[in-house]
Design a protein around this ligand. Sequence first.
Ligand code: GLA
Length: 385
Amino acid sequence: MNAGQLKEAFFSRFGGEARVFRAPGRVNLIGEHTDYNDGFVLPAAIGFATNVAAAGRNDRKIRAASLNFAGEYEFDLDQPNASILPGWARYVQGVGTILEREGFRLGGADLLINSDIPIGAGLSSSAALEVAVGFALTRIVGAEIDGMKLAQVGQRAEHEFAGVRSGIMDQFASVFGRDENALFLDCRSLDWSAVPVSSRFLICNTKTKHELADGEYNRRRAECERAAAFFGKTSLRDVSIEDFERSRSQMPVIEQKRARHILYENRRVLDSVQALRVGDIASFARQIDASHESLRDDFQISCRELDVMVEAARRQPGVLAARMTGGGFGGCAIALLEDDVSLDLPDAIAMEYKEETGIEPEFYECRIGGGVRELQDRRRDIIKS
Ligand code: GLA
């Protein structure tokens, strides 16, 4: 559905003219669970996105509906301590509430949301919603918001309204995405740079999401904090690989495994960036494969379906490497492809995956795209040009 069609849908639902804002989902090329450890990540924004049609109101109420889910929800910006709304609406409420707390003076708004990001696939549909809503709510009152601040507001909504102590990566990628570039972010300093990526990727959706995902996510974060505390630090970023190797035999086994993943994953991100900058795809491929092994064995957040998908992908001609991507326990794997890979590749992986799991997977050719922006409808573009 394009911007013009969403405006029409908005008109028939709420009446009045809306502006449309778009924020993409993301895929992480490498650097998993390193973001909340003050480490390095290399995500990219993808072609799937969430669009929000928004128009101001004369009161302080935010009313939101989605074309993807039933129900219409409402909250009042003047009641920041109201109970948390159900499902997707909690992200809208979280972003509105936190923006106000951060000193943005918002107005009431009607919002109509439409997304083509596969839900529950680990492609950051919730971060895209947070970023699109935050951008919309500020823009319609004529306020400017710094990109990193917008990402942080989304992250805080995730912590406080969804109970997941996530890092900054997803919202960051949704804000700053750039065509044909991955985004290399230092999650401690928040310095980042774009890294041109000419390789092709296939996103392989296992169509599974295990229920324990959120609880295990927070648990991993706590385990990483304990691992850092073993070294007298608050963050694993301050622990060197040398220090770790010297004393790891004295660490409890869980903390040892978690630390080993994070420390070497940070190095793999740095090596990947270096490899991409000099066009050394073979080295990048090695980092991707090693990342999966580490997530499976040391961080222990893979699952049977992800392992089967990764193995099936790796067996196909034209696939250079594969790994799970995102938070874990289901969702997607990503396969790095040779340039002239066969068009039948998804079918070949699907056949093997389905045979072993009984699940019909989905595949998306990954187009690396831009970050959050306002969409103009075609008519207005023509008038402008
Ligand atoms: C989820 C979180 C991110 C990040 C990844 C794992 O997507 O939202 O902050 O921690 O998992 O890399």
